[in-house]
Design a protein around this ligand. Structure first.
Ligand SMILES: NC(=O)c1ccc[n+]([C@@H]2O[C@H](COP(=O)([O-])OP(=O)(O)OC[C@H]3O[C@@H](n4cnc5c(N)ncnc54)[C@H](OP(=O)(O)O)[C@@H]3O)[C@@H](O)[C@H]2O)c1
Length: 295
């Protein structure tokens, strides 16, 4: 049976990979992906995705309930992502979760955070709770730090200053590639047996940032240094670069948790679901190397 899957955050790092994984040949034969994006992104993505089989961009905004009915029409499964700017679970996500239930959605696959079950103060914890109470089937993908943070948030410091300016001390992080998260999401959205399951998605090793810098140096052909700033110095530097307070504080919180060891857990779940080893950081740097070499 062909099912329709609604993918939220489809223009972002992970949502884009979920769409690509669902549409990629040989692709899951049972699924038709309905990708949803904010209206402002629609023209660009209609063009970009026109050749992808079964992908229909539709307008969708968590903050505009009038967009829910169109996005949810005919949908059986949803990939739910919390856009970083939306932090209030009850105000920003409960209305959509209720609408999904009313529209007959059977399963919601939610992109959550590694270790979230011990972090009741983060929005993902509260969204997981809303989903458990919703009456719909749920699957949680509790992801570790994305490798792709290094070619987005941290791209310029690597490219321009040849350094990693990250306040993680000597802690270790089990980075995961967003392409692997997309592949896992595509699988659990198109196969039965994943309802009521929480998967911890990590790479197969946890690296400290000196090791990360060494991999960058070996692959890029110039020396990349791990600066290891204090949390206070990191916050000052982000503010000087014009990063908004809210985002700066969230990063400071996440790196504080990282220092406490929460990002170092290594789980077999990704390898089991991918049926291969997750991509390594070295593979990721090789694939994205132009990001740090071009102006
Ligand atoms: N970074 C990490 O290491 C990491 C690790 C584990 C979990 N996570 C979680 O992953 C999530 C972020 O994923 P990501 O990096 O893929 O996000 P992202 O690249 O920032 O993409 C967010 C997407 O959501 C869309 N969006 C923003 N506001 C919206 C709204 N009001 N209604 C509908 N769509 C909206 C954005 O569209 P526009 O571009 O038009 O705004 C964009 O397409 C967060 O919940 C984060 O906590 C991150």
């Amino acid at each position: 049976m062909t099912e329709t899957i609604l993918i939220t955050g489809a223009g972002g790092n992970v949502g884009r990979e979920v769409v690509l994984a669902l549409a990629a040949p040989p692709g899951p034969a049972t699924a038709t992906a309905t990708a949803t994006v904010k209206a402002a992104l629609l023209p660009e993505l209609v063009t970009a995705w026109a050749p992808l089989p079964g992908v229909t961009p539709v307008a969708f905004d968590f903050l505009q309930p009038a967009t829910f009915a169109g996005a949810l029409a005919g949908v059986q499964r949803v990939f739910l992502l919390r856009p970083p700017a939306l932090a209030d679970a009850r105000r920003h996500f409960a209305p959509f979760i209720q609408a999904a239930r009313a529209a007959g959605v059977r399963q919601v696959v939610f992109l959550s955070l590694v270790g979230v079950d011990r972090q009741p103060f983060v929005p993902h914890y509260q969204i997981e709770r809303l989903l458990r109470d919703s009456g719909m089937g749920w699957t949680f993908l509790r992801a570790s730090f994305f490798m792709q943070n290094l070619n987005t948030t941290h791209r310029d410091e690597i490219r321009r200053r040849h350094e990693l300016y990250i306040p993680a001390g000597r802690s270790r992080t089990s980075f995961i590639d967003t392409r692997d998260i997309g592949a896992v999401a595509a699988r659990v959205l198109t196969e039965s047996g994943h309802e009521g399951r929480a998967y911890t998605l990590t790479g197969s090793e946890a690296l400290n940032y000196d090791q990360v810098a060494d991999i960058f140096s070996a692959e890029l052909g110039f020396t990349v240094r791990y600066a290891s700033p204090s949390l206070a110095a990191f916050v000052r530097s982000q503010r000087q670069q014009g990063t908004p307070w809210g985002y700066t504080l969230i990063m400071a919180l996440l790196y504080t948790l990282t220092r406490l060891g929460t990002a170092s857990v290594v789980s077999p779940d990704a390898a089991q679901l991918l049926q291969r080893a997750p991509r390594t950081l070295r593979q990721y740097v090789q694939d994205y190397r132009q990001a740090w070499l071009t102006a």
